[in-house]
Design a protein. Structure first.
Length: 398
């Protein structure tokens, strides 16, 4: 076998074919900008990896207005609010009334399916199941990415720009020298115990519940499968819990004088999801640009992860299009600062939601009652509700 790599020339090389990478590829192709996407995972693995999915209004518009697919509108569930539940009492926040927007419940793997289908439909060059990926010469005028395809052929892609959309465990972030990046990071002293269950929905919209026993999120997947979480220790062993214990734990965290009762069913998935927040600064090194989880992660409490990735991509695609359309690098040079403005707003919102809804082990009576005061302030103030609704449904893209 020939060990010399085959050279391919393109305009933009994209490492990572999750929703961020595929959306970037789609937007660039619409602007007539050639690109190649590489991905270490196979299509089926990404498609069947169960991930939560609350899409902001702006994210939905990106999918529908750019010609990806309208399945999010026909198969997703529009939610016009959430329930904020504490002291056993639910307080509904009506997003439409507060900010005139909604969110859509649409799993991330379905977003991937739509984007992958759109790239295939439009003749996009997306290569799954690659190995031995590298990015190099990032500070030169011809940055490169190398990989071996599923048939064993080695390739070297010469591009003008490399986009790192390969997630928090990918190679692109680590290609930025440690001396030239700042890793902003915190971990949280709790995790989520998550389940998937065959059951009807327990409520029409998501319930974010704070109780003396800890946090719970009553979410959904579709008419027949539901996702639910409760706060747990990061070292918790999911396999040690029986179904009865799980249901009892979830129920006591939503118990209240209204007699609200969860709809139960067989549990077919149990996971423990640790919490952390991370931001890489800058999101750029030479001609390498990070977007999505490769540059930042948030706890899932605020439903920002996928939405932040798509917001990054919108900013980056506009910068790349400007570069090829005008020859100016101004928007490319400003990409990191512009994207990070939204990232830090989302980090603040996610941290606030997480801190307000969860209990710490060392929490005393003062802290417990202070949190209840904070929740009550949000629930009884239109301005407090509006801030939560605005951040949850998403700030305008642009």
């Amino acid at each position: 076998m020939n060990t010399e790599p085959q050279i391919i020339t393109t305009q933009v090389g994209i490492v990572g074919a999750g929703p961020a990478g595929l959306m970037l590829s789609h937007l660039l192709a619409r602007a007539g900008i050639a690109n190649i996407v590489i991905e270490t995972r196979d299509h089926g693995t990404i498609q069947t990896t169960q991930r939560a999915g609350i899409l902001e209004a702006g994210s939905v518009r990106m999918l529908t207005d750019t010609g990806v697919d309208g399945r999010v509108l026909t198969h997703g569930q529009r939610h016009d609010g959430i329930d904020l539940r504490f002291n056993g009492v639910s307080h509904r926040l009506n997003f439409q009334d507060l900010v005139g927007e909604s969110v859509w419940l649409y799993p991330q793997n379905e977003v991937f399916v739509d984007l992958a289908a759109a790239r295939k439909r439009d003749g996009g060059d997306v290569r799954f199941s690659v190995t031995d990926t590298e990015v190099l010469d990032l500070e030169s005028g011809v940055p490169k990415m190398r990989f071996t395809d599923s048939g064993g052929q080695r390739f070297e892609v010469h591009a003008d720009i490399i986009a790192g959309t390969d997630g928090s465990r990918g190679i692109c972030k680590r290609a930025i020298p440690a001396t030239e990046r700042t890793d902003n990071f915190i971990s949280y002293p709790f995790a989520w115990f998550g389940i998937l269950t065959e059951a009807p929905p327990s409520a029409p919209e998501l319930i974010y519940a704070n109780s003396v026993h800890g946090f719970a999120l009553i979410s959904q997947r579709n008419e027949h499968v539901q996702r639910m979480y409760f706060q747990c220790d990061p070292e918790e062993d999911a396999g040690a819990w029986t179904e009865q214990q799980i249901w009892d734990e979830l129920q006591k965290r939503v118990d209240g004088p209204d007699g609200f009762t969860l709809q139960r069913g067989p549990i077919f998935e149990k996971t423990v999801l640790p919490f952390r927040s991370y931001v890489c600064e800058p999101l750029r090194h030479g001609n390498l640009f990070l977007a999505g989880d490769s540059g930042h992660t948030v706890p899932p409490t605020g439903a920002k992860g996928l939405n932040l990735a798509l917001a990054d991509v919108k900013v980056l695609s506009a910068a790349v299009e400007s570069f090829y359309g005008t020859g100016s690098r101004d928007l490319l040079d400003g990409y990191s600062d512009k994207a990070l403005e939204r990232v830090w707003k989302a980090q603040n919102f996610s941290y606030w939601m997480t801190s307000m809804l969860h209990n710490r082990k060392d929490q005393n009576s003062f802290e417990r009652k202070r949190i209840l005061g904070e929740l009550n302030s949000v629930a009884t103030s239109r301005y407090g509700q509006q801030y939560l609704a605005e951040a949850y449904t998403g700030w305008p893209h642009g």
